[in-house]
Write a protein that binds this ligand. Structure first.
Ligand code: C5P
Length: 248
């Protein structure tokens, strides 16, 4: 695994045993994983400890979005969990993103590495139509995502979560060191489920994404081990590192 360009396996399971059993059953030892709301809200911090004990680098995807003081305090507490990456919603604004980073800095135990802070621009399940009709955002998806990315960078985030289709121009706008992590990844021929702005691991590599997140294309596969290997091969082929920062 190239440390700078991880493929995070989304562990969207209802409980910790199911998640750990899945990893063991398919020999996915020490692979980078993403823990989201489904698993974390059932298991709490103990699931992070269990996964860390087994050597998995961890992206804790809880997408915080609240008043700056609450987000800062929550991040301060979570900084001691020892995860590698954590995130907020960029829609919370500059002050909230900055407060999140301050909380992480204050809460990271001395001598340990501060988790990278990412901000979610727009969910990859959001279409341009939803942006307009439901969220009443009259700007285009491209303008909205660009604005949120610049806002996140100015607020001190280490990078953003965005769709593959946005990764290259976010690097142009915000610099190569600003990390782009892209979910909405599907292997060729797989169902898109609730995602809208999707792409393959190969497209993600070509668009310069720094890391990818894949869940159901692997976890719902008949042969998860083979699906993981296929995704990893596509992703790492002729791999390059856009960002000079290290995720893990
Ligand atoms: O199964 P699938 O590959 O669609 O899973 C994608 C994962 O990435 C889910 O855990 C989802 O919560 C997360 N995610 C996303 N879009 C974002 C941020 C996170 O799909 N913008």
């Amino acid at each position: 695994m190239l440390k700078n360009n991880p493929l995070f396996l989304a562990l969207d399971f209802p409980d910790g045993d199911k998640a750990i059993n899945f990893l063991q059953a398919h020999n996915l030892y020490q692979v980078p994983v993403k823990v989201g709301m489904e698993l974390y809200y059932q298991e709490g911090p103990s699931i992070i400890g269990r996964l860390k004990d087994q050597g998995h680098p961890i992206f804790l995807d809880l997408k915080l979005h609240d008043i700056p003081n609450t987000v800062k305090k929550a991040m301060k507490g979570m900084a001691s969990l020892g995860v590698d990456v954590i995130n907020v919603h960029a829609a919370g604004g500059k002050e909230m993103i900055n407060a999140a980073q301050q909380g992480l800095e204050e809460g990271t135990p001395t001598g340990e590495k501060k988790p990278k802070l990412l901000a979610v621009t727009q969910l990859t399940s959001t279409s341009s139509q939803v942006l307009m009709d439901e969220l009443l955002i009259s700007k285009s998806m491209e303008e909205t995502v660009s604005h949120y990315a610049k806002l996140s960078r100015d607020a001190g985030a280490d990078g953003v979560v965005c769709s593959v289709h946005e990764a290259d121009w976010i690097h142009t706008l915000c610099g190569d060191d600003f990390m782009t992590v892209t979910p909405g990844i599907r292997l060729k021929g797989n169902a898109i489920d609730d995602q809208i702005r999707i792409a393959t691991p190969e497209e993600a590599r070509k668009r310069g994404a720094d890391a990818i997140v894949i869940g159901r294309s692997i976890t719902n596969s008949q042969d998860p081990k083979a699906a993981y290997a296929e995704a990893k091969k596509e992703w790492e082929d002729e791999k390059r590192t856009t960002s000079s920062q290290s995720f893990i």
